[in-house]
Write a new protein. Structure first.
Lengths: 110, 113
């Protein structure tokens, strides 16, 4: 059964901390892995990863994929209260299907 | 570029009533997805269309849920009759075949009382 598992389920940090969110997957016919940020609305796209070892970076956020070990991490440095959200990991198969994890709920305290 | 449109944004109904949601994907996107997201959980795929054909509806509760995508563009998702456990946000997403990214609509928040 195809699945995506995220950890931790929830995280509370103080502003300025660095956090690492984990996503492991077992999906046949892997095509890409995506990270989304979800506040009180629909998920917004952060990163798409297709190749191992190539870091994607956007400001304080970065992500990397390991296709051999079947996981990805999302790093957020110098966290701000605006980073508080649920971070969703999804894997897209070659059949154009998306498999989502349950998300990691991040709360950043001032 | 216009995004994925959904309506209504909110709906409150009583159990055993019927409800329908509408989605208009991004122009040219052949693939359309309906997801159900219960509070505290990740989105769960209900149905996936490729143009107007169904690719995957294995998790659609077919005794009460139905969906169609006429002419391969707009789509409607119907629940009849609704149950309390159907309370969730219903997300519509679309994608181009060649792109890995799914674009999400704003969602419809359904409350069944």
């Amino acid at each position: 059964e195809d699945k995506v598992v995220q950890s931790p389920l929830s995280l509370v940090v103080h502003e300025g901390d660095t956090v690492t969110l984990n996503c492991s997957y077992e999906v046949t016919n892997f095509r890409s892995l995506l990270w989304y940020k979800q506040e009180k609305k629909a998920p917004t796209f952060l990163f798409m990863l297709t190749s191992s070892g190539i870091e994607k970076k956007s400001g304080r956020l970065s992500s990397i994929l390991d296709k051999k070990e079947l996981f990805s991490i999302l790093n957020i440095t110098a966290t701000q209260t605006g980073d508080s959200a649920v971070y969703l990991c999804a894997v897209r198969s070659t059949g154009n299907q998306f498999y989502f994890g349950t998300g990691t709920s991040l709360t950043v305290i001032p | 570029e216009a995004g994925v449109a959904q309506s209504p944004r909110y709906k409150i109904i009583e159990k055993r009533q019927s409800v329908a949601f509408w989605c208009n994907p991004i122009s040219g996107h052949a693939t359309l997805y309906w997801y159900q997201q219960i509070l505290g959980q990740g989105p769960k795929l209900l149905i996936q269309f490729q143009n107007n054909g169904v690719v995957d509806d294995s998790q659609l509760p077919k005794d009460r849920f139905s969906a169609e995508r006429l002419k391969g563009v707009d789509s409607t998702l119907k629940i009849q009759p609704a149950k309390l456990e159907d309370s969730a946000v219903y997300l519509c997403a679309s994608s181009l075949e060649g792109l890995a990214r799914g674009y999400f609509g704003p969602g419809t928040r359904l409350t069944v009382t």
